[in-house]
Design a binder for this molecule. Sequence first.
Ligand code: GLN
Ligand code: ZN
Length: 749
Amino acid sequence: MSTAFGQSTVLGYPRIGDNRELKRAVEAYWAGRIDAEELAATAAALRAQVWRTLRDARLDAIPSNTFSYYDHMLDTAVAVGAVPHRFARLGLSDLDTYFAMARGVDTEPALELTKWFDTNYHYLVPEIGSGTVFVPNPAKALAEYREARELGVESRPVLVGPATFLLLAKTTEPGGDPFDRLTDLVDVYAELLRSLAAAGVRWVQLDEPAYVADRSTAEVDALREAYTRLCAVRQRPAIFVASYFGELGDALPALLDTPVEAVGLDLVAGTGNLRRLAGAGPLRGKTIVAGLVDGRNVWRTDPRAAVAAGAAVAGLADHVAVSTSCSLLHVPVDLSVETALDPALRQRLAFARQKVDEVVLLGRALRDGATSLPEPLPPTPTEWRDDTVRGRLAALRPTDRQRGAYPERAAAQQTRLSLPPLPTTTIGSFPQTDELRRARAEHRAGRLDAAAYTQLMRAEVEHVIRLQERLGLDVLVHGEPERNDMVQYFGEQLSGFAATEHGWVQSYGSRCVRPPIIHGDVARRSPMTVTWSTYAQSLTDRPVKGMLTGPVTILAWSFVRSDQPLADTADQVALALRDECRDLEAAGIRVIQVDEPALRETLPLRRADQKAYLDWAVGAFRLATCGVADDTQIHTHLCYSEFGEVITAIDALDADVTSIEASRSRMEVLDDLAAVGYGRGVGPGVWDIHSPRVPSRAEVVDALRRAVAVVPAERLWVNPDCGLKTRGYPEVEASLEHLVAAAAELRGS
Ligand code: GLN
Ligand code: ZN
């Protein structure tokens, strides 16, 4: 067991391949174009490529079992036998059972998908009940370990740790708590450790990131006990407990109390970890794996600062290894293919492949003394600075984030809009047909000229407007056919943003996103949405909603500069949106929606940090939306129904109308909003657009009856849960018809 950890490691590496080969292969398998064998061969080639890359980069502690066909939480569920009966009974092959859990089948909905901490990665939520029988299934971890060994790589299998696994799981039983099953689960992890040791595994990595969020004393005690028990396993590999995304707090001394051989700390997102480590007393026999290279953002590491932090850790522990702050899953694969990027930006960036080099270099510098460190970066180019924007920000006053009193606003808006009670609307996008996607791609590739492209898009807008008129909706949308993505669309038009060509990052399963990079001051070059909105408005007398993405969401789905506070970058984006709102208003747009679906997902993991975040987040939204006159109606849209800690902030946004997801939670959000005194317009979603199912008119009526019991009809809006871009036209027409008919029925009663 006394085996050295190594000098340098990464907690995980992108598994999608240099060119999203994994996406193509699994999608081909789902479509029946390739068989399981071919899929397995592609997967093995991708894994081999990663191991060779890491080995050739001279990383000396290399992880395995970080590959996944879909998601690492799902892999861990399979490794501990937590396959719910509803999937096991389908009698499918192991691989198809796995994909059934991930994607559902006709008769069984998939496991729930939710955000991995405060990242944009989504994991599948294990379903654990009192009847779940945990069984060790080390097959995947063993196979990957052996594959790596074939390539001459002695690897360290990675699993989600037992405590985090249960803390992120959900129960199917009322009143149940998956965490109650920790003792049983630890027995199974003990078995897994024995099997790995028997195969020759020397180190194993167990990830416990759940402990960087607030945890009860009981949960911290349970962690200590779990690892004390795992360490008591006679034949086992050395145990490395990894944490990431923040500070471990009380869980750090608890882990150091146990005989685990190594503990990993995120020293990028959790700078307080170092202080806590210093206070923990002598760390005899322990390796501290120092996460010095940011695994979540794309900036190059400042070598001097990193070496200084590493040296501080070295002064406390027997051995220090350098690592990334978290898995590199969250950054694009390789910067070297981004040949079109501005060189001044490129030299400041590091993607996964480059971060491996940084880790290796820092590991050597810590061992041999910091002799040959790369030069620190030159100062930020002056062209990235925009003194006009900076001047405007400096001159802001509190009144710039305030509108008139709501009753006066509501009256002025009603005079201008004359909407019926229970007005009907949609969230913005209409189905994105293959034809539209093709047109955008052809236009981007230069094969479809601007005039032809605009004509196609205008035809689509007209089609969507006519459809909405025919269906009888009250507030129309233009349908967003010109938008590839709600953040990228704006990123491409704002200065201070850069787009990559190949910078894909896994979002969930086979879905990847390509976040823009915010590197400089943000400013609007010219109006971004006005021509589309005014064209749509020119086709109809009914109000057409302008459609913008809010500042918090734009930041959440981008890589953001780290040389100034997020609040300042958010305000710069907000100023650009404020100008856009004013231009829309001046062009005759009477209703403007500013989407903030990411408001809750970037909420800091620790309660102590949440207020500061919500203050700037709400401030930026208000800066974006408070520049319009009282009679312009501001909507916002949020894509979740469990508000928790953000409910007061949602009220503080001061939007005239808030549309929210509600159909799955049966309108409970309305009570939550009422409880904080929310008294403006609200549109609880009455159609779950995440499913192709068409809600019946009676169902919508039923949902609306529940809603009018809580919210007066003058303030209640009728709309779907979210945008319709992933749906097909037949369901959209049928569902919207029922929605409009249901509103009419309630108005009549
Ligand atoms: N307006 C966007 C749409 O309708 C909102 C998307 C979202 O909430 N994620 O697609
Ligand atoms: Zn939404």
